[in-house]
Design a protein around this ligand. Structure first.
Ligand code: S3P
Length: 182
């Protein structure tokens, strides 16, 4: 493998950013979280972008970021859970990257999204019944997510998830770095 980008997708709260940071450290790659990049460019949070500019504006920002990142190499990119729903974003990021989809069962996802902090950051969850909405959105997204290489995170820690991906992209090399887990 040269410096092919590693792209992580999957449902909200699945651990893309935490796993991505570990992977980036182990590969010596730069870590990019697309939501944080969009927030720093827009000067406001994802929740505020949804509220003030609307979801279509946020989705356009995602495509702008996908185009920009598709021209770079040596990145681990944690995408927002809806980013690759747009096939244009998928095509852009696949030009120089390999996509992995983190999966988990509904109960695990609900657990991870249950805190007020987790929900405050995610405008799609505002003011809705969490379980019902997660179930509906997961069903809608399944055809998209299932197109990508699946990494099941159920019952394993973030370090193990990163190691599972490393074993796939560097099958001859053992993951030996000791990441700092925050
Ligand atoms: C979204 C997921 C969020 C964020 C935005 C929309 C989605 O990112 O991009 O709230 O459509 O699934 P995370 O997957 O990091 O929560």
């Amino acid at each position: 493998m040269t410096d092919t980008n590693i792209i992580l997708t999957g449902f909200m709260g699945i651990g893309k950013s935490t796993v991505g940071k570990i992977l980036a450290k182990q590969l010596g790659y730069q870590f990019i979280d697309t939501d944080r990049l969009i927030e720093s460019r827009a000067g406001r949070s994802v929740a505020a972008i949804f509220e003030m500019l609307g979801e279509p504006a946020f989705r356009q920002m995602e495509t702008d970021v996908a185009r920009e990142l598709s021209e770079q190499q040596g990145l681990v990119i944690a995408t927002g859970g809806g980013m690759l729903v747009n096939p244009v974003n998928q095509q852009l990021l696949e030009q120089r990257g390999r996509i992995f989809c983190l999966t988990a069962c509904e109960d695990d996802i609900i657990k991870r999204l249950s805190s007020p902090r987790a929900q405050a950051r995610r405008p799609l969850l505002h003011g809705r019944d969490l379980r019902q909405h997660v179930r509906q959105l997961m069903q809608e997204r399944m055809p998209v997510y299932s197109r990508f290489f699946q990494i099941d995170t159920s019952g394993i820690g973030v370090k193990e998830v990163a190691e599972a991906i490393l074993r796939i992209i560097k099958p001859d090399q053992k993951a030996d770095a000791k990441p700092d887990l925050e």
